[in-house]
Design a protein around this ligand. Structure first.
Ligand code: GCW
Length: 716
C-alpha cells in the first residue's frame, strides 16, 4: 500500500502505528507552535523592544551618497521601519553645511543631509520617530545641544550594578566565561547601541565610578575593545571610569602621585594601549577624593593637577577627562556647600579637554533639589550636568516616576550667570560661555532584565535623558507624548482594534501622559515635600527613615542632619545667618532663597529652619501643610492605580499586569512614607494630623524597627 498516496487523497485508513506516530507528530507540532507563539508574545510584550517597535508598513526607495557601516544601518532602518508613502524615494546625503553642527542633520519629507554619516543615521531615526508618532515632517535642521551625550554605567566587573535595579550588567559577569565574548553578548550590545543611537546618545562609560583598578588590566581592556567594536557603527564611543590609585594598585609603583614621572609614564603606556585597541576611545571619568575614593589630594595635589595629567595624555587621541565634583567630607561644613567651595578656587586651572561633571543638585540626586550652584559659577572651566536615570532615590524600579519634569526644572533653572535667562541649559551647552567640549551624562538604569530597566515606565527615563541630551529645550509633555506613542502604539496595543484615534487619545494617551507628568511631584509629596531631603533609611535609599541615626555613623549620612527637626521647627538653615549656602547663588537668587517671602515653597525647608506654626502662602501652618502634602502624595498614587485600571483595554496583558502590580507596591510604600514621616515629625510638632486627612494606618514603632532594606517583606 502506498500510504503516502493514500493519505494524500484520504482514501486509505492509516495503520494503528502510523496513527500513533501521526498523533505524536501533531502534538509536537502543536506544542512547538504554542511555544513559538508564546515566545513571540513574550518577545512582543515583555518590553524588550523599548520604543523601537515599528515594522515597515510600506516599501521605500533609499538613495545614499556614501557607504559606511553607519549609513548601512541608516538604510536598513528606513527599509525596516518605513511608515511613509509607499514607494517614496528618500535621499541620504553626507555633505558639509555650515548651519549643521556636529552630528546634527537637516531633514525633510524627501531626505536627510548631514555633515557626517552619524548625522544621517540620527536624521533617519528622527524621520521614523515622526512618522510613527504622527508628527509633521517639514524641512528643518536639528542640532544637538551637547556634543557628548553619555550614559554612565555603574557596572562592576563582577556583573553587579551599584544602584542598579534591573538585573545584572549587560557588559560584565563573573565566572568561567567572564571574558568570553559570545554571539548573545554581541546581539544584546547591538540592541543597546541601536536604542541609544535612536535617541542620539553617543557615549557610554562602561563601568562604575567606584572603579576597580582591574578595569585597566589587559584582559578587561580586550573585552572593552569587543564592546566598542559593536557600539562603533552606531556612533557610540566607549569611555572608562578609572581609579586614581591604579599605578600603585596594579602597576606595582610605590606611589600614584600625579606629578611623579613614573606614574605619568604608567598612565601614558596605559592610554597608548587603550588607544591601540580602541582608536575612537572617548576618555576617562574620575571620582576622586570622594566617598573614600583615592585622588590627587592624597598626595597633596589639587583636583586640577590630577585631572590635567590624564587630560594631557588623552589629548593626542581626542579623549576627554570627566572629573566629578561630587565631593564632601565630615568637615563640619554644610555638605551642600562643599563642592562649590572646593572647585571654585580652581576655575581656569583645568585643561580644555577636562570637564567638571556635577550632579544636578548640591547634595545627591534627591527627589527634589535646587540646582547645584556650580552651574552658572564656573566660567573658565567646562562643566557638564550629571543626571541620575536609575531611580536610586525615587522608588528604584518599583515606583512609576517619570523624571523628565525634574530634569526640565533643573535645565530651565535660571542661574543669572549673565543676567536673566542664563538657564543651566545655557550655562552648560556653550551658549553662555564657550566650552571646548560640551557634555551631559546620565547614570544608566539598564540591566539584563528582559525589559532592560526593571519597570516598563523606567524605559521612559532612558528615553527622556537621550531626548534632552539632544535637545535641552524639549518639554516633558512632548517627551512623554512621543514615548507613549512609540512604546504603546495604538495598532499594537489596542486589543479591540475598533476604537478610533480620538478615542485612543482620550482614553489612553492623555490619561497615561497625565499620570507620567504628575508622577514626579507625587513622589516628592509622599517622600520629601517642601524641600526636605535625604531622609531615607539605611544605605539602600528606598524606604523612609527620618529617625535613622545609628550610633557612630557620620552625621552627614543620617537624616536628622538634613531635616533638623526639633520642637522648635524643621528644616536646614542655609540662609545668611545659617550655613550661608545661599551665598553660592548669584543675585537675585541669593536673596530670593534667603528671604522667607521670596523663597519658593518647593525649596522652603532646604533653605530655612522654620517653626511648626510658620504661616504658609495658602494660610495653613507649616505642620498642617506638611501633612497635606504627604496625604496628597498617597492620593495621587491611588489615582494612578485607578487610571491604570481604566486603560486596560488599550494595553497588552503582560505590561498591563506588571505595571498594575508595581503600582500596588508603590501605593503601599507611599503609605509607609506618609505614616512614618508624619508620626515621626509629630513627636516634635506636638500637633494633631488635620482631622479631614486620612489618619496613619501603621504605627511608628513598627516602622522604626524596620531598616527598610526588607521593605519588600514588609509590603507583602
Ligand atoms: O548617591 C551616591 C550613591 C553611591 C554613588 C555615589 C556617587 C557610585 O549612593 O552609590 O556611588 O552617589 O555618585 O559617586
Amino acid at each position: 500500500m502506498n500510504s503516502y498516496k493514500g493519505r494524500e487523497y484520504g482514501f486509505d485508513q492509516p495503520t494503528l502505528l502510523e496513527s500513533a506516530i501521526f498523533n505524536v507528530h501533531v502534538k509536537i507540532t502543536i506544542g512547538l507552535t504554542i511555544v513559538f507563539i508564546c515566545t513571540l508574545n513574550v518577545q512582543a510584550e515583555n518590553g524588550h523592544n523599548l520604543w523601537l517597535r515599528a515594522k515597515s508598513s510600506a516599501s521605500v526607495i533609499v538613495v545614499c551618497s556614501m557607504k559606511s557601516a553607519t549609513t548601512d544601518i541608516a538604510v536598513q532602518e528606513l527599509k525596516q521601519c518605513w511608515h511613509g508613502k509607499k514607494d517614496a524615494t528618500i535621499v541620504l546625503t553626507v555633505k558639509h553645511n555650515p548651519s549643521i553642527k556636529g552630528d546634527g542633520f537637516e531633514f525633510g519629507p524627501d531626505g536627510i543631509q548631514a555633515n557626517t554619516d552619524l548625522g544621517v543615521l540620527y536624521g533617519v531615526y528622527e524621520l521614523l520617530r515622526r512618522q510613527q508618532s504622527a508628527e509633521p515632517i517639514e524641512k528643518e535642521i536639528s542640532n544637538p545641544s551637547y556634543e557628548r551625550r553619555i550614559l554612565n554605567h555603574w557596572d562592576n566587573l563582577d556583573g553587579t550594578i551599584e544602584r542598579g535595579y534591573a538585573g545584572h550588567s549587560i557588559f560584565w559577569r563573573k565566572g568561567n566565561d567572564a571574558w568570553r565574548v559570545t554571539e548573545k553578548d554581541k546581539r544584546l550590545w547591538q540592541e543597546y547601541a541601536r536604542a541609544n543611537a535612536s535617541l542620539g546618545i553617543n557615549g557610554a562609560v562602561l563601568n562604575n565610578v567606584n572603579a576597580s583598578p582591574d578595569m585597566l588590566n589587559t584582559e578587561t581592556l580586550n573585552r572593552v575593545k569587543a564592546i566598542a567594536d559593536v557600539l562603533r557603527p552606531y556612533g557610540i564611543r566607549a569611555y572608562l571610569s578609572v581609579k586614581f590609585s591604579s599605578p600603585g594598585l596594579i602597576g606595582g609603583l610605590k606611589t600614584s602621585d600625579p606629578v611623579d614621572p613614573e606614574v605619568t609614564q604608567w598612565w601614558k603606556t596605559k592610554v597608548e594601549e587603550i588607544a591601540k585597541l580602541i582608536p575612537d576611545f572617548g576618555g576617562f571619568l574620575v571620582k576622586a577624593n570622594s566617598e573614600g575614593q583615592p585622588g590627587p589630594q592624597d598626595f597633596g595635589r589639587t583636583h586640577a593637577v590630577g585631572a590635567n595629567m590624564l587630560a594631557d595624555l588623552l589629548k593626542p587621541y581626542g579623549g576627554i577627562v570627566m572629573w566629578r565634583a561630587f565631593v564632601y567630607k565630615t568637615s563640619g561644613e554644610d555638605r551642600a556647600k562643599q563642592a562649590y567651595d572646593e572647585f571654585m578656587p580652581l576655575d581656569g586651572q583645568f585643561r580644555d579637554n577636562v570637564i567638571i561633571q556635577a550632579k544636578n543638585g548640591p547634595i545627591d540626586f534627591q527627589p527634589r533639589e535646587p540646582f547645584s550652584p556650580l552651574f552658572g559659577a564656573l566660567e573658565t572651566t567646562s562643566v557638564m550636568p550629571e543626571l541620575q536615570i536609575t531611580q536610586e532615590y525615587l522608588g528604584q524600579s518599583t515606583h512609576l516616576v517619570f523624571l523628565a519634569p525634574m530634569w526640565v526644572e533643573f535645565l530651565q533653572s535660571d542661574t543669572y550667570q549673565k543676567g536673566e535667562g542664563s538657564t543651566v541649559a545655557r550655562c552648560t551647552d556653550g551658549s553662555n560661555f564657550p566650552q571646548r567640549f560640551t557634555a551631559i551624562a546620565g547614570v544608566a538604569n539598564i540591566g539584563l532584565d528582559s525589559n532592560w530597566c526593571g519597570h516598563q515606565f523606567a524605559q521612559a527615563n532612558w528615553y527622556a535623558f537621550g531626548r534632552l541630551a539632544w535637545n535641552n529645550r524639549l518639554t516633558s509633555d512632548r517627551i512623554a507624548d512621543e514615548w507613549i506613542r512609540l512604546t504603546f502604539p495604538r495598532h499594537q496595543s489596542d486589543q479591540s482594534k475598533t476604537r478610533n484615534v480620538s478615542d485612543w487619545q482620550e482614553r489612553f494617551l492623555l490619561p497615561v501622559k497625565h499620570m507620567m507628568l504628575q508622577s514626579h511631584e507625587a513622589a516628592v509629596n509622599y517622600m520629601m515635600p517642601l524641600g526636605l531631603h535625604h531622609i531615607f533609611a539605611g544605605d539602600h535609599h528606598y524606604g523612609p527613615g527620618p529617625w535613622y541615626a545609628p550610633t557612630g555613623l557620620r552625621a552627614d549620612w543620617t537624616p536628622p542632619y538634613y531635616h533638623q527637626a526639633d520642637t522648635n521647627g524643621i528644616g536646614f538653615d542655609r540662609t545668611r545667618t545659617g550655613s550661608n549656602a545661599v551665598r553660592q547663588y548669584r543675585e537675585p537668587l541669593c536673596s530670593q532663597f534667603n528671604e522667607l517671602e521670596t523663597c519658593p515653597e518647593i525649596y522652603l525647608l532646604w533653605f530655612h529652619h522654620l517653626p511648626w506654626n510658620h504661616k504658609m502662602k495658602n494660610g495653613r501652618v507649616l505642620w498642617d501643610e506638611l501633612c497635606y502634602r504627604y496625604d496628597a502624595g498617597v492620593r495621587q498614587v491611588r489615582e494612578f492605580q485607578k487610571l491604570w485600571n481604566q486603560i486596560q483595554p488599550y494595553v497588552d496583558e503582560q505590561r498591563f499586569t506588571e505595571v498594575r502590580s508595581k503600582l500596588r507596591r508603590q501605593c503601599r510604600a507611599a503609605q509607609i512614607w506618609k505614616d512614618g514621616c508624619e508620626l515621626y515629625f509629630q513627636q516634635f510638632s506636638r500637633r494633631p494630623i488635620p482631622a479631614d486627612l486620612e489618619q496613619p494606618v501603621y504605627d511608628l514603632k513598627s516602622l522604626e524597627e524596620l531598616d527598610f532594606s526588607t521593605i519588600d517583606e514588609f509590603e507583602n
